[in-house]
Design a protein around this ligand. Sequence first.
Ligand code: FAD
Ligand code: NAI
Length: 466
Amino acid sequence: MAEYDYDVLIIGAGPGGYVAAIRAAQLGLKVACAESRATLGGTCLNVGCIPSKALLHGSEKFAEAVDGTFAKYGIKTGPVTLDLGAMQQQKLDSVKQLTGGIEFLFKKNKVTWLKGYASFVDAHTVSVNGETVTARDVVIATGSSVTPLPGVAVDNDEGIIVDSTGALALDRVPEHLVVIGGGVIGLELGSVWRRLGAKVTVVEFLDQLLPGMDGDVRKEAAKIFKKQGMELKLSTKVTGVAVDGQTATLTLEPSAGGAVETLTADCVLVAIGRRPNVSGLGLEKIGLELNKRGQIETDHDFRTAVPGVWAIGDVIPGPMLAHKAEDEGVAVAENIAGQTGIVNHNVIPGVVYTFPEIAGVGLTEEAAKEAGEIKVSKFPMLANSRAKTNHEPDGFVKVIADAKTERVLGVWCIASVAGSMIAEAALAMEFGATAEDIAYTCHAHPTHAEALKEAAMGIGGKPIHI
Ligand code: FAD
Ligand code: NAI
């Protein structure tokens, strides 16, 4: 039997890779993880989930102080000013603590961090910064990067045309931020800078924001963002951006073609999606081919077509989400260790951390209708006592169930704490719950979660409070 330096070598230390590394080590395997970034944690901890949530939270506090929210509670403030440097510093402090935390966990679990860029020599040999390392199993967890917009050059240092990484690090509040792409990044980071004082225009190619989400949710979200002062240009494409000094001039036209218009801005955020990180990995050396979308295909166990090589996270098909990558990290490690690691890809919640939050799990109403007969019930947050008391009237919870069995097929919500509420729906769906199961589960009062219970009541009967 061949001798290897490690049982498992993981390429990439994002939420997929670092979780796989720790789980594999917990299962008694000798593990190394190659990461080229100076800190562990991948996109999520360094330039994604964590810094964006730090700025979303900070900017929400600022907005509450200036937009009259405090005043609603009888809290009077003097003039409120923004110290953007301090807000950015608290973001960096959170990132540092969390990335340092992963380094601590690597040491605790005896995972070796191979610092550098990894590339395959053969299926069991990887070169990291010129040094070769062998492993019985190799996991590709290289994540994803920003999709560029052809002809639009991002320069995060200049701070005029930026991607998400640049938009997280601006040292000034733009006067006019134009966001290209009305997806998750555009709306989250657009919200940050709008709250801090920028005029924000979102240009979206499709006729609605947030592709992939439930149709009702997309419509309602657009209404809410408009009410908050975001300008939305739907069914519109950007055909070019020219920069002159500190000013960017965007050329726009209707997606279906038509009259050209221009828009000027002092900051442009390109947020039109992300694509898998595969270049430079040497996949051709192991004969691993990509699918049409540039992703690595795997089977249900996360095995690629090459024996001994596995893949997880943003680099494989499915939603590009940290929790999906983490769950795949646990599952792949368990499979490599001879156990049965499974991820239920039908029940992966998605959350947009705007205010209110927007969350969903399972099928959209449109997809569920295509699959068969359904029942749908919606309960407005306006009729939820806690949301009403907290002056958070916007949004609803929507439960989609199979018409015959009333088994829950999907749940969608817009609510201040939708991200936490959706966890209950995911758990219910994981257990194969019917709407009645949720409706007859006692929910604490007064909580936003009662809105899910009442929406579920509406599937087989009627909610109480509407
Ligand atoms: P990544 O986190 O991308 O990690 C891959 C790592 O591999 C990187 O550190 C990279 O440096 C390293 N690497 C790549 N190639 C090599 C190589 N050849 N050798 C060595 N190292 C290599 N998701 C959520 O669920 N919730 C959120 O709130 C959220 N917010 C986000 C906000 C922003 C602005 C962005 C950009 C993304 C956000 N995401 C969020 C998505 C989330 O960050 C990704 O889905 C997640 O990080 C994917 O994890 P991963 O392990 O597959 O890859
Ligand atoms: P996205 O796929 O969510 O949205 C991109 C949007 O850009 C789409 O609506 C698309 O129609 C539009 N678009 C594409 N080309 C365009 C063009 N030329 N002009 C105008 N619009 C155009 O991608 P986004 O926002 O970049 O985020 C990437 C991924 O990161 C997400 O898919 C998500 O998985 C992850 N993410 C998750 C977060 C969360 O879970 N809260 C937060 C941020 C990112």
